[in-house]
Design a protein around this ligand. Structure first.
Ligand SMILES: Cc1cc2nc3c(=O)[nH]c(=O)nc-3n(C[C@H](O)[C@H](O)[C@H](O)COP(=O)(O)O)c2cc1C
Length: 460
């Protein structure tokens, strides 16, 4: 068992919600603190526990590492900035979490609940980046390996695009235990995205609505970080045009070129609902033009995936799939967030404009995936994205024809603990089937139910 929390070189202040910061003397038994003394005001000596009981929020400025157990999520500055990271959490949570061994696995959920969602997302990403989320300690189980896109995934659970848009935390995200990471969407030039608020929790629905609008630091910085990422797990780059780009088709080759050195695949994002006109690029003719231009201008380009919208009309699907096959796409991600609002949403933010993700997306996106799989007939690698939050959800996507899945919303709610749970659930299901390899079990199920086999199978 690790010892009590040790905070190295910590500068701390207590601040009443919405008010000015106050200093404090001690955080909790075993914590090593160095109060900075900056921004002092009245109520100076108020011990933290009392302050927390009074509803104060704890704000920590972290200069050095944080070791052992305890609670903190660090917010790192923007890429390239050398200002100090900060951490923020509520004291009652800290007390509750004193016994935990990791930090973010347990804190992601309360923090996401307590804070403005975009700030919470930034904090979690920063915490991961700062190494606070820990490292996956579980050994890979060879029964879960997946061979797809010319590479091997240690299991079928990847991180979807949008979580690490600027490729600032690739190595720590890989170490959390994701089998693969997709960074981006990155645009050619930096852009701020839509005005805030632009990210909304629908907690009762285990869902999120976002209208981020491709906030991106731009390809120049992204490519530098992305191409230096260690080879711990397969890595994809998700690329898209700037807002109001007069000729959006034309930007894809240069973006693809910039990440080709490191990418195991490149995803063409033509399906975000938050960039006006973007989804028009899903028209077969546009897709064909984009794919052809990349393949012409970027020799040896990594496998290209096209990320589709779950809102695509079923009539349009056959031509889209054929265009992708004919123009050399390696596969499709099915799919992005939806503009639809399924009946029965309970979250107060359900009326917000933007793309819905999470649990309500599971069924429609899996139905679309199955339809795409029937059209693709094994000619494309399919990736399932939308609402995955359990081993059963993963199985449903694999049975529908996906080679692997990508997750965003469930990870945002549950944190890295989700990964261990999903793997456990998959392995429990395999055990219940009498063992064997996941790909074989899925293929047997598909055969029995008359579904086409996925293009990829178990890793040798
Ligand atoms: C806040 C947020 C930002 C996202 N940003 C992107 C993005 O930049 N590019 C992209 O292709 N998908 C983006 N997505 C979509 C996710 O990659 C994923 O496809 C979708 O959320 C469905 O998966 P989920 O239900 O597991 O969240 C974003 C999703 C969320 C919630």
């Amino acid at each position: 068992m690790p010892g009590p929390a040790r905070f190295a070189h910590l500068e701390a202040a207590v601040r009443p919600r919405g008010g000015q910061p106050h200093p404090f003397e001690a955080l909790q038994a075993g914590a090593v603190l160095e109060p900075a003394g900056a921004r002092h005001r009245a109520a100076q000596d108020q011990p933290v526990q009392g302050a927390a009981a009074a509803g104060f929020q704890i704000r920590l400025m972290v200069h050095g590492g944080i070791h052992g157990r305890g609670g903190a999520v660090a917010s790192m500055p923007d890429p390239g900035s050398d200002s100090r990271p900060e951490a923020l959490f509520t004291m009652d949570r800290l007390r509750q979490n004193r016994r935990m061994t990791g930090l973010l696995p347990h804190l992601a959920l309360p923090i996401l609940r307590a804070l403005d969602p975009e700030r919470a997302q930034r904090l979690v990403l920063a915490g991961v980046r700062a190494g606070l989320a820990g490292t996956n300690q579980e050994r890979d189980d060879p029964r879960l390996t997946v061979r797809a896109l010319g590479t091997i995934f240690s299991h079928p659970i990847g991180l979807a695009a949008g979580f690490d848009k600027d490729a600032v935390a690739l190595a720590p995200l890989m170490r959390l235990g994701f089998a693969a990471i997709e960074a981006g969407t990155v645009t050619p030039r930096p852009q701020p995205g839509n005005p805030r608020p632009r990210l909304f929790r629908l907690e009762a629905d285990a869902a999120v609505i976002n209208r981020m609008g491709f906030n991106s630091g731009g390809i120049a910085g992204f490519a530098g970080r992305f191409n230096r990422a260690p080879r711990i797990a397969p890595l994809g780059a998700n690329i898209g045009p700037n807002r109001n780009e007069p000729d959006p088709l034309s930007v894809f080759p240069a973006l693809a070129q910039a990440v080709s050195a490191r990418a195991d695949w490149i995803t063409l994002n033509v399906s975000s609902p938050n960039t006006p006109g973007l989804r028009d690029l899903q028209a077969p003719r546009s897709l064909a033009a984009i794919l052809a231009s990349i393949r012409r201008e970027v020799p040896g380009v990594p496998p290209l995936l096209v990320k589709l919208s779950p809102d695509i009309g079923t009539d349009d699907l056959p031509d889209i799939v054929e265009a992708c096959v004919e123009c050399g796409a390696a596969g499709l991600i099915v799919g992005n967030t939806t503009l639809a609002r399924p009946p029965g949403l309970r979250g107060r933010a359900a009326g917000e404009t933007g793309g819905l993700s999470g649990r309500p997306l599971m069924q429609p996106s899996t139905e679309l995936l199955a339809r795409v799989a029937r059209l693709a007939r094994g000619r494309l690698v399919l990736v399932g994205s939308g609402g995955v939050a359990s081993g059963a959800d993963i199985l449903a996507k694999l049975r529908a024809g996906a080679s692997f899945v990508q997750i965003y919303t469930a990870f945002a709610y549950e944190g890295p603990a989700l990964l261990a749970r999903l793997r456990r659930e998959l392995l429990a299901w395999l055990d219940a089937q009498g063992g064997g390899h996941l790909a074989d079990a899925v293929a047997a199920w598909q055969e029995e139910h008359g579904e086409g086999p996925a293009e990829t199978g178990r890793a040798a």
